[in-house]
Design a binder for this molecule. Structure first.
Ligand SMILES: Cc1cc2nc3c(=O)[nH]c(=O)nc-3n(C[C@H](O)[C@H](O)[C@H](O)COP(=O)(O)OP(=O)(O)OC[C@H]3O[C@@H](n4cnc5c(N)ncnc54)[C@H](O)[C@@H]3O)c2cc1C
Length: 353
């Protein structure tokens, strides 16, 4: 396998997907330019957390070990190129909701299950004194967060300095602009209308996060009781998130403040957080698909220059670097196509042509 390079590549969007795509194009020696129209991006809001474990059912996330390893490698390389710190290792303490959950966690933490390498049960003496966990707690050590907004801001400035970034809108009806051989669509929810024309539904998942400044002294670990509080240092915590399918604009809701603050206090002995500690409140739209897998690759043979890389949902940081690899590998003919699990053909409504 292996085809000729497509010519100059145009990346549309400079959120997390566009930023990772640009760095990988550079890595592979592809000539590229990036356009973005500055419309609201999920990446401006993302907490950037990575966690190899799904807490709902105590299972590993999709191909967690491989995706995490690749993410660590890629973000590390970008840190060196930009000279900034992006990757933060911060364990997550999971507060058990009830006895049944605690038993299942302990059973799996003891070994012999695919999730076992990722989880441990915490002895109560090892719990930070601020944590209230009547049913006990567990810990995921290989977790943390990536500073997504620094990544996108610094990357944008970098490519702008190189003359490879432009403030410009694009949509499918403009076709492949003169001088380019391929367009890679990293528009997040901005791609929804064009993808719908191929029977591909890109859903908008509304989410909100807040940042607080507190003197509570809550320790250095993220604490999760479904709502999570991620320590950013110097008394700042990011708290989230919400998930709603019934709102398709990135608006903040006043009632969310109360909800998040009271949920977070439930996991603390001191219930110390006050509404007045909130320093920011933001909302965004996660680009999502029905089966929580992205949409990658070509969607029509009539426009084989058009390549999609979106639908990263709630886990862009963990899966993004691998999704970019798969997209570019298929575009360049390194692989015959993207894997079935991210292929547009898995949509029953997909109109192949
Ligand atoms: C509240 C919240 C919390 C989250 N927390 C996490 C988390 O902890 N961990 C995690 O991994 N993920 C998290 N996410 C998800 C994460 O934000 C997404 O997976 C990821 O940011 C999607 O990136 P993207 O580049 O595909 O889309 P976006 O970030 O939305 O970027 C789209 C880009 O396309 C541009 N654009 C749109 N239309 C056009 C057009 N017509 N022409 C040119 N440019 C255009 C936009 O300006 C933008 O630059 C969270 C999301 C939200 C909303």
């Amino acid at each position: 396998m292996g085809q000729a390079a497509p010519g100059k590549v145009l990346i549309i969007g400079d959120g997390l997907a566009g930023a990772l795509m640009a760095w990988e194009c550079q890595e592979r020696g592809l000539d590229f330019e990036q356009w973005s129209n500055g419309s609201p991006a999920a990446s401006d809001v993302a907490a950037g957390m990575f966690n190899p474990v799904s807490f709902r059912r105590i299972l590993p996330q999709w191909d967690a070990a491989n995706h995490s390893a690749r993410a660590r490698e890629v973000f590390g390389a970008i840190e060196s190129k930009l000279g900034i710190e992006l990757w933060h290792d911060v364990p997550i303490v999971r507060v058990f909701p009830d006895e049944q959950y605690a038993e299942l966690w302990s059973e799996r933490a003891n070994g012999g299950h695919e999730v076992s390498p990722f989880i441990e049960t915490l002895a109560s003496k090892d719990l930070h004194p601020s944590i209230k966990a009547p049913h006990g707690a567990g810990i995921v050590r290989e977790a943390g967060w990536v500073d997504v907004s620094s990544l996108t801001e610094k990357s944008r400035a970098f490519w702008q300095d190189c003359g490879q970034w432009k403030s410009q809108s694009w949509s499918m009806d403009e076709g492949c602009p003169t001088g380019f051989g391929a367009v890679i669509d990293c528009r997040g929810v901005g791609a929804a209308e064009d993808l719908a024309a191929f029977g591909l539904e890109l859903r908008r998942n509304h989410g909100e996060v807040i940042t607080v400044q507190t003197e509570a002294g809550w320790g250095d670990e993220t604490v999760n009781n479904v709502t999570w509080a991620l320590p950013l240092g110097s008394g700042a915590y990011r708290i989230g998130s919400t998930y709603r399918w019934d709102i398709d604009e990135p608006i903040v809701l006043k009632e969310t403040l109360n909800h998040l603050v009271s949920r977070v206090n439930l996991a603390r002995t001191d219930s110390a957080l006050l509404l007045s500690d909130v320093t920011s409140h933001r909302a965004g739209l996660r680009p999502s698909c029905f089966d929580r897998r992205p949409i990658l690759g070509r969607v029509t043979s009539e426009a084989s220059w058009y390549v999609v890389c979106t639908g990263w949902g709630t886990r862009g940081v963990s899966i993004g670097p691998t999704m970019v690899d798969w997209t570019i590998d298929a575009m360049l003919g390194v692989t015959s196509d993207v894997p079935d699990e991210v292929h547009p053909k898995r949509f029953r409504t997909f109109t192949k042509n």
